[in-house]
Design a protein. Structure first.
Length: 309
């Protein structure tokens, strides 16, 4: 009976010793919490980028959490207060920043604000996609009215290389003591992006159609990089009219589209309707997943399968 009672105590004591050894180990290897560079970012993929380059030397806060939309987000008052601890804010050009940037800047005048999308050539969004499928081959026209600039820059690996450079520059200037670490981490990240691009091309190799229908048009830069065509259901944040919906269904039938893409932050009602009309299905893809690298790899696999019929 006695040994039976003692055993768990010994195990617990050993576990406590191990835990103490482990935390002492990480404490001495990494930077102390107070020495870290505090960074705030707008969206989750940026958290991934900053952590890839800053690693143990940064602490990253995110404004727009899982399931929230960067188009309409309103920062919580705790988040605004927490900005007083940040040395850097990495903006990326999403809608809520425009409405909030003055207040974000005022919350901490010492915080440096860097727009990581500043060096990226933005593409214009298609405001209206009109496809006259009823007309004869000579009269067939595709009209595209131009909308505003597309803010979803991070769905392009090429753009993320530019973003990574901006993040590296700002971290190296803010914390020059770790410049060599940031440089090495940047080089690793850029190599991973090259590998990602090659994997995406492999995953898209042999697709039979380049056109994909998606509810929220977050994949314009991805489409540009990999020679796909994004056909949005939602136009400038609004549901399509009955006529536009009918045209989308015609187009889907004409192109043999069987997959309609949705995203977790938006309603899938309209996507489900179109999918039902063409005997297809809705698949969710998330442009805002935190593990950006793995997510793009998975999304490209999904595209490769969906566009192969
Ligand atoms: Zn969006």
């Amino acid at each position: 009976m006695k040994t039976f009672n003692i055993k768990p105590v010994v195990v617990l004591a050993l576990a406590a010793l191990l835990l103490a050894a482990c935390s002492a180990g990480t404490g001495s290897a990494g930077a102390a919490e107070s020495d870290k560079v505090n960074v705030t970012v707008s969206i989750l993929p940026e958290k991934y980028f900053v952590e890839r380059i800053g690693a143990d030397f940064v602490n990253v806060n995110v404004m727009v959490g899982p399931g929230d939309s960067p188009h309409t987000y309103e920062p919580k008052s705790e988040q605004m207060t927490a900005l007083s601890h940040s040395a850097l804010y990495f903006a990326i050009g999403v809608d809520f920043e425009q409405a909030w940037m003055e207040r974000i800047a005022a919350a901490n005048p010492d915080m440096q604000i860097v727009d990581v999308s500043a060096d990226i050539d933005k593409i214009t969004m298609v405001a209206h996609h009109h496809h006259e499928s009823e007309a004869g081959p000579d009269d067939e026209t595709v009209e595209e009215e131009q909308g505003g600039l597309d803010p979803h820059v991070w769905t392009s690996p090429e753009n993320v290389k530019v973003i990574a450079q901006s993040i590296y520059q700002a971290l190296a200037e803010t914390d020059p003591a770790h410049q060599a670490d940031y440089q090495a981490n940047l080089d690793n990240f850029l190599a991973d992006i090259d590998q990602l691009e090659s994997d995406i091309r492999t995953n898209l190799d042999g697709i039979s159609s380049k056109n994909f229908i998606v509810f929220h048009p977050a994949w314009g830069y991805f489409a540009r990089d990999f020679e796909l065509e994004q056909i949005p259901i939602e136009i400038e944040g609004s549901e399509p009219s009955a006529q536009e919906l009918a045209e989308l269904i015609d187009e889907a039938e004409e192109e043999g589209v069987k997959v309609i893409f949705g995203s977790p932050a938006f309603s899938t009602r309209t996507a489900e309707y179109i999918a039902q009309e063409v005997n297809g299905q809705v698949i969710l893809i998330d442009p805002l997943a935190e593990n950006w690298l793995e997510n793009l790899r998975e999304v490209s696999k999904t595209f490769g399968e969906a566009l192969n019929n």
